[in-house]
Ligand binder design. Sequence first.
Ligand SMILES: [Fe+2]
Ligand SMILES: [Fe+2]
Length: 293
Amino acid sequence: MFTLAHLSDPHLAPLPEPRWSELLNKRITGYINWRRNRRFVHARAVLDAIAADLKAQTPGHIACTGDIANIALPAEFRHGRAWLQSLGTAQDVSLVPGNHDAYVRGALALASRAWGDYMLGDRGDGLPYLRRRSPLALIGLSTAMPTAWGLATGRLGGEQLTALARMLAKLKGEGLFRVVLIHHPPVSRAKSHKLLDDAWALKRVIAAQGAELLLHGHDHLAMLNWLAGPDGTRVPAVGVPSASNAPGRARNAAAYNLYRIEGTPGAWRCEMISRGIDASGAVKEQRRAMLIG
Ligand SMILES: [Fe+2]
Ligand SMILES: [Fe+2]
C-alpha cells in the first residue's frame, strides 16, 4: 500500500517586514489585507502542528498544491525553502505554485530559483512535470500567473493542456495510478475573480483521458467534486483547507488528507483520511471515505 499525503496553502507566517520599495505594486493591497485580516487566520503554530502530524504518519510521498507565499516578497521564498526542507526532500515532496507565489511580475522566477527542485520532473523537466513514484505517477501543473489588482484567477493554457493529455494517455498505458496536482480547483463555488479561467478545457482533457485522482488547494475548503472521465468513469477532485488556517477563523480549520492507495489498473482502491486541527490545537482524524474501490 502506498500512502500519499496532501496539504496546501500554508501561507507562511509571520510575513517578513517589507521594504517600502517592495510595496509599490499589487503587494500593497495584499500587505494591508495581511495586517488587517489574514495574519489572524494563518498561524505558524497551526501549520507546524499540521506538518508534524503529517510527518508522523510517514507517508510515501507528500504533495503541496501551492500558496506557500502571501505577497511574494523575496524573503518569503527563502522562508518557503526552509519550510519545504523541513517537510522533506525534493525527492519526497512535490510542489505546484499557487497564485500567491506569483503575486507580482517576477515572483515565479523567484519561486523557481528557491523551490525549483520541488517542481522538477524525473527527467529534470519543469512545469508541467511528471514524477513516477510507483504505483503513482504525479503530474504537476501550474495555474499561477501574475494577475491585476483584485484578481486571483489562474490559467493552464493550451501548451500545458496538450502536455497533460499526452502524459495521461501514456501513463494509462503504463498502468500507473495517475495523480494530477493543481492549485486552482476545476470545480468551485468561488466568485469569478478567483476561478481557473480554462477549467472547462481541463475537464475536457480529464473526460477524454481520465485520471485516478486530482488534488487542489486555493479555495481553503475541504472539497470533493467528481469529474466525468472516459466511458462513464468518475475522477475525484479533492481540495483541502489551508494548512495554517486557525480554528474558529474564516473558512475551514487547517487539515490535510492522506490517501491509501493499492491495487492494479482497473481495480484500484483509494481511501481518503482527513486529519485536522480542533479548537484545542490537537490534530485528529476527522473523516474517512473510500474514493475508489
Ligand atoms: Fe491560498
Ligand atoms: Fe490561491
